[in-house]
Write a protein that binds this ligand. Structure first.
Ligand SMILES: Nc1ncnc2c1ncn2[C@@H]1O[C@H](COP(=O)(O)OP(=O)(O)OP(=O)(O)O)[C@@H](O)[C@H]1O
Ligand SMILES: [Mg+2]
Ligand SMILES: [Mg+2]
Length: 301
């Protein structure tokens, strides 16, 4: 197959691993920086140009679109879909999962366990907003934060009120969430491919840190998940419409709760923690799943 790998940097671990895995299986794979693509939008023959040439003949496209380039990145992916190229994850599913508010609404509709969450832009009654999610302590998040930045634990009602007021002053959309104390600074990453959880790891925040992000000094280790957690992870990925997803969960005393579903989950942490060849699994999934079908939506969404 001829595969396009949408990535901004060919030196990144995940990018390198996917290239290795594809070449080991005799596929041709090309790294394409979405920001340098320009598109021809015509009714007869949609096309993508890149560094002065036309991108043609790709059988599959692997999107690894960073959060900061979601808008343009999904547009380029949609163009590939319109040209009939099979996408590992569809552009609509990626856009859906990038919006935390929309994601949690979709997951809640499917009855998937979530931390009790409130969304607000400019609430007149902050006290009521805090009460709505069960009172302090609460976690307050910037809607567009990543890597644990913009995620704050407010231990008291007073602290929660001042943080919410500060974010409101910055005109930022926020999410106020029940604090899952019993998770004790740990979360579980389930790596989903198709309808299977192929690898799992536990991430534990550093001493005195409730955020488990590896970027914030967290460490990863192996973990066994329950059949319930396994089925929730697969359902969460399916609800978002993602073939490949990193589903993050917390173990709460009211069962597993899904925090978020990532559409470009990194490979380094999970391959290192588990010793599994996830990149290879992704390529073999593409080999099977792309047979005879291009995209369900053809970029319609
Ligand atoms: N409601 C909560 N209760 C307990 N811990 C939480 C809660 N929400 C978040 N955390 C902890 O904080 C970490 C960061 O939160 P979250 O994943 O929501 O934001 P983010 O990491 O900035 O976003 P992204 O993963 O998209 O980069 C989580 O991994 C988890 O360990
Ligand atoms: Mg996270
Ligand atoms: Mg994320």
């Amino acid at each position: 197959m001829k595969i396009a790998l949408l990535s901004r940097n060919s030196k990144l671990y995940s990018t390198r691993r996917l290239i290795e895995a594809a070449e080991a299986r005799d596929h041709q794979i090309e790294v394409i920086d979405v920001l340098r693509c320009y598109m021809e939008i015509t009714s007869t023959k949609p096309g993508i140009h890149y560094k002065g040439t036309v991108l043609e003949g790709f059988d599959a496209v692997i999107p690894r679109i960073g959060a900061s380039v979601t808008f343009y990145g999904t547009a380029v992916l949609r163009q590939f879909e319109m040209m009939g190229t099979y996408p590992l994850n569809e552009s609509v599913a990626i856009s859906r999962s990038r919006d935390k508010l929309r994601s949690l609404q979709l997951l809640s509709r499917k009855g998937i366990g979530l931390p009790v969450t409130g969304f607000a832009h400019k609430p007149d009654d902050i006290e009521d907003l805090i009460k709505m999610v069960g009172g302090a302590p609460v976690v307050i998040k910037l809607l567009e934060g990543t890597q644990g930045i913009g995620v704050v634990l407010a231990e008291t009602k007073k602290a929660a009120e001042s943080v919410i007021e500060a974010f409101m002053g910055l005109k930022a959309d926020i999410l106020v969430q029940e604090f899952i104390k019993e998770a004790a600074g740990a979360d579980i990453r389930c790596f989903v491919i198709g309808d299977k959880v192929v690898a799992t790891m536990k991430r534990q925040g550093g001493e005195g840190e409730f955020r488990s992000n590896l970027h914030r000094g967290g460490t990863s280790s192996l973990v066994r998940i329950t059949p319930e957690e396994r089925s929730i992870a697969v359902r969460a990925a399916k609800t978002m419409g993602l073939n490949v997803a990193g589903v993050d969960m917390l173990r709460s005393n009211h069962g597993p709760v899904v925090m978020e579903v990532n559409s470009s989950p990194g490979l380094e942490g999970i391959e290192t923690a588990t010793g599994k060849d996830i990149a290879g699994m992704i390529i073999s999934f593409i080999e099977k799943d792309s047979l005879g079908k291009s995209t369900r939506t053809k970029g319609k969404g």
